[in-house]
Each structure stands twice: as C-alpha cells, then as structure tokens.
Write a protein that binds this ligand. Structure first.
Ligand SMILES: Nc1ncnc2c1ncn2[C@@H]1O[C@H](COP(=O)(O)OP(=O)(O)O)[C@@H](O)[C@H]1O
Ligand SMILES: [Mg+2]
Length: 292
C-alpha cells in the first residue's frame, strides 16, 4: 500500500472512531433508533405475512432424494430454528434458497412476489438474503474494521473499492454492527488474531452491514466455547424482529435459548414443527434424531 493510501486508511479510522463516540452518546437518534427498525418490505412484499415460502421442493443427486417434498413458511422478523439428523437436507435447503442448487421441482418465493428460482446466487444475495457458512471466512490479514468495510463496499458494488471513502451513513452502520457483534473494542485488531467465536461474529457482522432481510446461518455455534455460545444466543435474539433468521443447529441448549418455532427436517422434508418442547416430545423425532 502507498503511504497515501495508508494515511487515508488511518484518517478513515479516526473519522469512524469519532462517529462511533457520537453514536454511543446519542440516546435515541443513533444506534437504538435504527436498530429498532422492524423488517420493512423494501422490494420484498411481505404483506402476506411471509418472507420465505417453499412448497413441494424436490432435489435429487444421482437418484438420491436429498430434498423430498419440502414445505416451509417463514414470517417476517421470525427466528426459525432447523434441527435434524446429518444428511436430512438442511444445508441443501439453504443451497436452494440462495441459488447455489437448483431444485428439480417446487416453488421457492422470497416474499409473495419474488420467485427465487428465476435468479442466480449473486442476485439473490443482493436482494437481501445473507448466508453464513459453517466455517468462518473472514480476511485474516485485514483488521476487524477493514473486513466490515470491505463487506459493505463489495455489497454496494463499488469498483476499485479501496479508493472510495465511506459515507457517514455507512460508517454509522459499521459502528452499529460492531456493537451488535461485541467487537467494538477490537476495531483495529487483525481478524486472524480473533478467537474462533469472534471470527464467527465478524462474519455475521459482514452480513449485517449489508442489511439483509433474511439471514441463513448454518451451525453458527459449532466449535464455540460455552461463553461464546451464550453471547451468540444473545446476539441472535437482538437480531430477531429486525431481520428474519433461519438457524440450523445441533446444540439443543442453544436452540432452547433462542427458539420460538422449531422445524425438524428428516429425509428431505419436514418431520415435525412446533416449540422445542413439542418436537422433543414427538415420538418420530425421538426415533430419528433426539433418541440416538
Ligand atoms: N452436491 C451434492 N451431490 C451429491 N449429494 C449431495 C450433494 N449435496 C448434498 N448431498 C447429499 O444430500 C444429503 C443431504 O445433505 P445435507 O443437505 O448436507 O444434509 P445436512 O445439512 O442436513 O446434514 C446427504 O445425503 C448428502 O450426502
Ligand atoms: Mg449441513
């Protein structure tokens, strides 16, 4: 990097830190006001009470039915937990929603008007469906701030993005996200030096700066310490309402803390749906999943 660029980077950080302090000092106008914003339709029509709708979806891989008549309905602002044995089709379901895998048949709608099967993966991401894969994929050599900045600029499609200065609103968004993901004290820290849990939060932050309407999280607490898991549960509870979330997890105490409605997937379709207590009491669920 040239000295000019480095200086610009340092200046941006100073600007950002000043903004961050102003933001924390503002009682209602700053973070809390924008954080409390409910899921807004935007281009997504949620007037029918659903942000995501899957009906009778089928996918086969070499004759093996990975997804077999899957139906799913997620409300705006809902936090839906998905559980089920390995191979149930949980990750494949996320692949379908995000356009990574094309189903053989079925319906997949974002809101009541957007037919996701007509769009490609990057278009679906740009519409506001963010996905967190199992392994953290942050840029290890960049700082926490730079990772968030890059995610924001990449999302905005700014060409030669390192040369662009963030607007005040964008800086505010980063500051807000840093608080949400508990990394406000590690702004300049190199991402590679963060703990596994912090890297996961940073990656969630990289999605949040893009203001996704729907977030898909695949086994987000796998490999986390107990304390990190508890903090992740708190994080998800703060996201609920502002975003719609679909969380795939095996950690039952984590699910118990965050869940309202739980969907049990098995053999590519829904086996049971209800509160965690309800599905845990379901004989079929015990047989295929919990009892093992
Ligand atoms: N691209 C693929 N090619 C072939 N088989 C696949 C592919 N993706 C997933 N599968 C198979 O589909 C089934 C469902 O997998 P997956 O969605 O990863 O389950 P889960 O996430 O619930 O553990 C598994 O049997 C898996 O081996
Ligand atoms: Mg999986």
């Amino acid at each position: 990097m040239t000295p000019d660029l480095m200086q610009e980077g340092a200046q941006r950080l100073t600007d950002y830190q000043a903004r961050q302090q102003a933001l924390v000092a503002t009682e209602s106008g700053g973070r809390s006001a924008s954080m409390a914003r409910p899921v807004v339709a935007g281009e997504v029509d949620v007037t029918h009470g659903r942000i995501l709708y899957l009906e009778d979806v089928h996918v086969s891989f070499d004759g093996f039915k990975a997804i077999n008549g899957l139906n799913l309905d997620i409300a705006p602002g809902e936090l839906r937990c998905i559980i089920g044995p390995n191979g149930a089709g949980k990750t494949t379901m996320m692949d379908i929603i995000t356009g990574k895998t094309r189903p053989d048949s079925g319906t997949v709608y974002f809101g009541s008007t957007i037919d996701l099967l007509r769009y490609k993966e990057p278009e679906i991401a740009a519409m506001g469906i963010g996905r967190k894969f199992q392994k953290p994929t942050v840029f290890e050599e960049l700082s926490v701030f730079e990772n968030l900045e890059l995610a924001l600029k990449t999302h905005k499609g700014l060409a030669a993005s390192m040369l662009f200065k963030l607007s005040g609103t964008q800086n505010d968004r980063i500051a807000e996200v840093l608080h949400t993901i508990h990394l406000a004290g590690s702004v300049t820290r190199q991402a590679g030096l963060l703990s596994h849990g912090q890297k996961q939060w940073l990656e969630i932050g990289m999605l949040l700066v893009q203001e996704p309407k729907l977030l898909l999280l695949d086994e987000p607490v796998a490999g986390m310490t107990d304390e990190e898991t508890v903090r992740t549960a708190e994080l998800f509870l703060t996201l609920k309402g502002k975003h719609s979330l679909m969380v795939v997890e095996h950690d039952m105490s984590f699910i118990d803390t965050i869940s309202e409605k739980v969907t049990v997937l098995c053999d590519g379709s829904v086996l049971a749906e209800g509160t965690l207590a309800e599905v845990q009491a379901d004989e079929r669920v015990i047989e295929v999943y919990l009892g093992r």
